[in-house]
Design a protein around this ligand. Sequence first.
Ligand code: 0RQ
Length: 501
Amino acid sequence: DATRVQDPALRGRIMSAEEAAGLIPTGANVGMSGFTGAGYPKEVPVALARRIMAAHERGDPFRIGVWTGASTAPELDGALAKVDGIEMRLPYQSDPTCRERINAGQMDYIDIHLSHVAQFVWFGFLGHLDVAVVEVAAVLDGGRLVPSSSVGNNKTWLDQADKVILEVNRRQSLALEGMHDIYYGTRLPPHRQPIPLVHPSDRIGTPYLMCDPAKIVAIVETDQPDRNTRFTPPDETSRMIAGHVIEFLGHEVKKGRLPNTLLPLQSGVGNVANAVFAGLKDSPFENLTAYTEVLQDGMLDLVDSGKLTFASATALSLSHEAAARFEKNIEEFRQKIVLRPQEISNHPEIIRRLGIIAMNGMIEADIYGNVNSTHVMGSSIMNGIGGSGDFARNAFLSFFMTPSVAKGGTISCIVPMVSHVDHTEHDVQVVVTEQGLADLRGLAPRQRARVVIENCAHPHFRPALQDYFERAVRGAPGRHTPHLLDEALSWHARYLRHGTM
Ligand code: 0RQ
């Protein structure tokens, strides 16, 4: 039997993507699975986009709210954005067409801490969830579902939506069964209890998502693969940033502030994150663990090499090559990897308890250590805050990393004042560029400015930053965090006018 739908009663609800998309009305809020290009529905959103386009051609309005775990893929965000089918998007995206529409003011976007999304829905803060469209690896009996390559907010979507559409993906390995840990112990305040997770490998829930079968209105079968990000070997800049981070961790071990196993690692996605994990492979640290959102190639290599003994995440985000390796050795990886709902992978209580070492990318930092992760020149969204805030504020140690310059050296990523703030100076302990590392712990604002400029700024921009800071110290009305307000954002304004800071 080619179908992975074990419940005979539900087999009758298998239908085409077109028929399933026909069950989603205009104006609906739709909770879709998907996190960093893993485990997103691949058929229904494309069929829905066709339906929306046809409606628009007839002159009928048709737009929906799209809620996800995090970023998805061209077949979801891209397809729906291209036909102007998204009224409101949340909580994180990285799709070029979405970005363009959001920045053109044609699509609304709410950028939310990833750990907040599920509880905001339960609190009723975001309105009603009408439909869930969730990819699973298999449908078992009694409403038990084998989750796919990401968990994200699926538990909440299945619980909260009136109607559920499942995409059963035959391409996802059936051996994923048992890799997930879905915690059903969350409650609403004032009835909340401590979350009983004290080690990254703890299992506190069940391996299955649960869904009331009566709510399942459609099942669509697919064998399309996940997006799979292309893996590029770390470049020189990323390797230098990673080198500074690893040297610093070694220093912390020597000082007795960290054990030789470090503490559970979290890292954002991208080249720098992969470089950090590549660097850790050759480091003296042993028996590492990860408590993170996204498991990338670099982390999988570290599991393979035995350096990383256990990784907890909410999604896999692997290259084609790594995904194949993962599938081949999935039985072994299942002992060392667990996928959880994002409200648990990113939970502040757990992050604080475990003492996470958080490492995230940024767009820019200012001389006092405020960090902008999301906006270009103050007003255009890049992706979103993702989980960086969940981790940064609650971590044992929080790193923010970026090359010192962007766009061919025309932009300094260290600026007098950030053009948008995602992580305040209170949440940022270490700033790293390829130039060096600024350890801001225990430093007052003027002390922070000196080390950020000295250690992190590119030599081309360093004198101008020094000059700004010195004049601010002399001329600002207050000397605690000295700024010249007429000038603080002049670097960005100059870039917008002249194409260089
Ligand atoms: O744009 O490709 O058009 O040139 O920003 O920059 O250097 O490739 O770095 O891919 O690591 O992304 C902050 C966006 C960094 C990412 C950010 C331009 C630059 C390029 C990307 P181009 P790089 P990365 C886990 C945690 C928030 C979410 C998060 C991010 C593009 O890390 O989205 O941390 N973080 N989640 O040219 C103008 C500057 C710039 C700039 C870079 N100062 N001004 N443009 N760029 N610096 C994941 C999840 O939560 C799901």
